[in-house]
Design a protein around this ligand. Structure first.
Ligand code: DHB
Ligand code: FE
Length: 279
């Protein structure tokens, strides 16, 4: 059966793509953010995953307000990225793992998660940039991928409790996959940020740091909050931390915190990074 090696959860911000394209990683503004990823890549070199299940939120590239699934799973042989503006280069397509996709879809639907199944799927900065940070080019990304997309765009959003349960079900599904593959769970989004309205620029360091700490040993802590609570505490887009919670749910048993980094701000976002190893 497949093995879950651990999780990597990270923020995503389109400006990171610009910094990579313009080679700004060593500039004082960017260095504390990019430096956080050395330890994550060192851990990946030891953990040697073959496949990444990537839990992220689309921002209007693949799903728009006319059709907005709460949960969607990719089942495509490859996932293309697209230009999101400012002339950022589109990153090369990512290889899918159709076998794991269909296994996940069957297992999750059997567990009463009514998914949207996507045999074609474009992936935006929330998928492509964390992958580029974890497995930088120019050589092709060495892991196959299965995207899992959670709606954080159009209300109503799934509750934290529901997302955690989805994570638990993803973990069980991966561990029942008849394969000798090593699987890493990647979750991208958050931490606190608000891009628009009167509170634009809102960041809550105290909550973010408590959330990161609780996620390790007491992830159910965050399920006490409703979506409106999370909007108030973390900003309208801070609810993307649901991706971290879902990823944490997928880890079997106890975990060991390998690495964490927190840096404020990158663009309008409080950026977090955490590597948890399944023990
Ligand atoms: C920013 C952050 C996001 O999560 C996102 O999806 C887009 C932009 C930002 O801080 O600029
Ligand atoms: Fe986002």
């Amino acid at each position: 059966m497949a093995t879950i090696v651990g999780s990597i959860t990270t923020s995503h911000v389109p400006a990171i793509g610009g910094a990579i394209a313009r080679k700004r990683q060593q500039e004082p503004y960017w260095k504390p953010f990019f430096d956080g990823f050395h330890a994550a890549r060192d851990w990946l070199a030891k953990a040697r995953p073959d496949v990444a299940v990537v839990i992220y939120n689309d921002h209007g590239l693949n799903f728009f307000l006319d059709k907005m699934p709460t949960f969607a799973v990719g089942a495509a042989p490859e996932y293309r990225n697209a230009d999101e503006g400012w002339g950022l280069p589109a990153l090369p397509p990512h290889r899918g793992d159709v076998d794991l996709s269909w296994h996940l879809i069957e297992a999750l639907i059997a567990e009463e998660f009514d998914l949207t199944t996507c045999q074609e799927m474009l992936v935006d900065h929330a998928f492509a940039l964390p992958m580029e940070l974890l497995w930088p080019g120019p050589s092709p990304c060495p892991v196959r991928t299965v995207p899992v997309c959670i709606n954080t765009v159009q209300f109503p959003l799934p509750t934290p409790a529901r997302c955690f349960k989805l994570g638990l079900a993803i973990g069980r599904a991966v561990e029942s996959w008849d394969s000798d593959a090593r699987v890493v769970i990647v979750g991208t989004g958050g931490l606190s940020h608000q891009l628009d309205g009167q509170r634009a620029g809102f960041i809550n360091r105290e909550f973010d740091q408590l959330f990161m700490e609780k996620l390790v040993g007491d992830p159910l802590w965050v399920t006490r909050y409703s979506i409106p609570d999370l909007v108030e505490l973390t900003g309208t887009q801070g609810v993307e931390l649901l991706m971290w919670l879902t990823a944490r749910g997928a880890l079997p048993g106890d975990v060991n915190k390998v690495h964490a980094n927190y840096h404020v701000p990158i663009s309008n976002t409080a950026t977090g990074l955490m590597v948890l190893e399944a023990v």
